[in-house]
Design a protein around this ligand. Structure first.
Ligand SMILES: *[C@@H]1O[C@H](CO)[C@@H](O)[C@H](O)[C@H]1NC(C)=O
Ligand SMILES: *[C@@H]1O[C@H](CO)[C@@H](O)[C@H](O)[C@H]1NC(C)=O
Ligand SMILES: *[C@@H]1O[C@H](CO)[C@@H](O)[C@H](O)[C@H]1NC(C)=O
Ligand SMILES: *[C@@H]1O[C@H](CO)[C@@H](O)[C@H](O)[C@H]1NC(C)=O
Ligand SMILES: [Zn+2]
Length: 435
């Protein structure tokens, strides 16, 4: 009986919650944005139209730049009192990774469904359409309160992040339009945390992807050449060397705290290709490894190590770099950095712990830091399961709404930093190696 009663009360409460959120205009805008299919590589015209309408509703200027055809970069300007000061760039990406209902989604991935228990389901709810709407809602609220911040604030909305930013952030950083923004600090995406903290990324691990082609003599399947002269035998030697290193790094990773994935280098063998027939010894076998460099790894030394392993594995093995990003510097997370102080103050006034970490992956922020602009990755999703790129990605509406308050504080503190507190050269707030 008691359990039945509990169930009734529980469902009743959830029902009320779901309905309450359904009327919230911020929730509605978030749902509408989720319903636009912005899968990387697809047509972004509807997303540009969506932002053009929202910019008009707040009477803020919008610019759309295309450095690659079909890849619009959207910029909304929220003018401050003194445009001569370094601005604050609130970056997010519009693209999402592919999602298909057939993968087993409970609700359609582009449905933006708000459930009775107050969860908003859909691709991009965590990664990272929530953040873009939260920036917009926070800035709209500040404006509605008749507050003009000291510094200009720009919302920049990038395409192509999920596949590396070659047609998004990378050309934008090289453009005159970006220089003209005179950015002092960039905010970018973070990640949810299952515990009651908000992680803040201050450095990214960079990606090296390598392809190793092992060439050996092709022969009939009945012949019996020395193992080390076959393509598979040579590749076995390469795999042995890299997986031995992987084991060592794996042990280091098991001892690492969740706050510093920068202490280890991850290595994964993700593709093996080769062979033409069941009875032919193949002339070539290929391996593809995805490597995320530890933040303290010297790139030249690591490259030399890779080349040595390949050389020792045998003759006629080639090494090709599919991607080889230079180590990204770190944004200073001590009180000597006025931008970090401002975020710290916001965290204290909100009573939300914001903890600097190095994540296992990387975001567009790595390109920004390399361009000499300090960047922090933060997505306000405490106590939230990690569902980036997952089936049934969702965000509780309550977490989404809390995030607007968090950004209201953070943006206000950042954009009101007095000019005397910051160096006009933002690169002084980045350092080559992690602290
Ligand atoms: C979403 O867009 C992608 C890329 O254009 C497309 O392949 C996919 O079928 C679309 N999904 C839905 C549900 O429309
Ligand atoms: C903001 O200013 C407008 C115009 O002066 C006024 O109508 C409105 O009440 C003000 N809003 C707040 C929250 O003070
Ligand atoms: C095959 O090559 C590996 C790597 O160079 C080497 O360790 C091993 O001793 C070789 N095996 C033979 C039988 O030569
Ligand atoms: C390497 O490739 C060359 C050219 O195909 C060939 O002549 C040579 O025998 C190969 N060496 C080994 C050790 O497989
Ligand atoms: Zn993302």
């Amino acid at each position: 009986m008691q359990w039945v009663l509990f169930g009734v009360v529980f469902c009743g409460l959830y029902g009320v919650n779901g309905n309450r959120y359904a009327d919230d205009p911020a929730v509605q805008r978030f749902q509408e944005y989720i319903r636009i299919n912005t899968t990387t590589g697809g047509d972004l015209t509807p997303a540009v139209e969506f932002w053009t309408r929202l910019a008009a509703e707040q009477d803020v200027p919008i610019n759309v730049y295309e450095y690659t055809k079909g890849y619009p970069i959207i910029v909304l300007k929220w003018a401050g009192l003194d445009s001569s000061l370094n601005s604050i760039q609130l970056n997010s990406h519009v693209d999402v990774v592919p999602a298909d209902e057939s993968e087993g989604w409970t609700y359609p991935p582009f449905g933006g469904v708000l459930t009775e228990n107050g969860r908003i389901y859909g691709r991009g709810t965590q990664d990272m359409k929530s953040v873009t709407i939260q920036y917009y809602e926070a800035l709209s609220r500040i404006k509605a309160n008749n507050i003009t911040l000291l510094r200009d604030v720009y919302m920049t909305i990038m395409p192509d992040e999920e596949v590396g930013g070659e047609d998004g952030m990378i050309p934008f950083l090289q453009s005159e339009e970006f220089s003209a923004l005179n950015v002092g600090l960039e905010l970018d995406e973070g990640a949810p945390s299952p515990i009651p903290i908000i992680p803040l990324f201050y450095q990214d691990k960079v990606v090296w992807q390598i392809k190793v082609d092992c060439y050996g003599e092709a022969a009939h399947g009945s012949t019996f050449p020395a193992t080390n002269s076959t393509a598979t035998g040579k590749c076995r030697n390469v795999i042995d060397a890299l997986l031995k290193f992987r084991e060592e790094q794996y042990i280091i990773s098991t001892r690492a705290t969740i706050f510093d994935a920068g202490v280890y280098t991850s290595v994964n063998l993700n593709r093996l290709n080769g062979g033409t027939a069941n009875n032919i010894i193949p002339s070539v076998v290929s391996l593809t490894f995805d490597i995320r460099l530890g933040t303290r790894v010297n790139e030249d030394a690591f490259q030399a190590q890779l080349e040595q392993w390949i050389a020792e594995a045998g003759e006629n093995i080639t090494l090709t770099y599919i991607s080889k990003n230079p180590q990204s510097p770190a944004t200073v997370v001590s009180l000597s950095n006025p931008y970090w102080r401002a975020i710290n103050q916001a965290a204290r006034s909100l009573k939300v712990p914001i903890i600097p970490i190095v994540p296992p992956g990387s975001t567009d922020a790595r390109h920004v830091r390399l361009a000499g602009v300090p960047a922090f990755g933060i997505s306000p999703m405490a106590n939230t399961p990690l569902l980036l790129h997952a089936v049934d990605e969702y965000l509780p509406a309550s977490t989404f709404l809390k995030g607007i308050n968090i950004y209201e504080q953070i943006i206000t503190k950042l954009a009101n930093i007095p000019s005397s507190d910051t160096s006009p050269d933002p690169s002084v707030y980045i350092v080559k190696t992690a602290l």
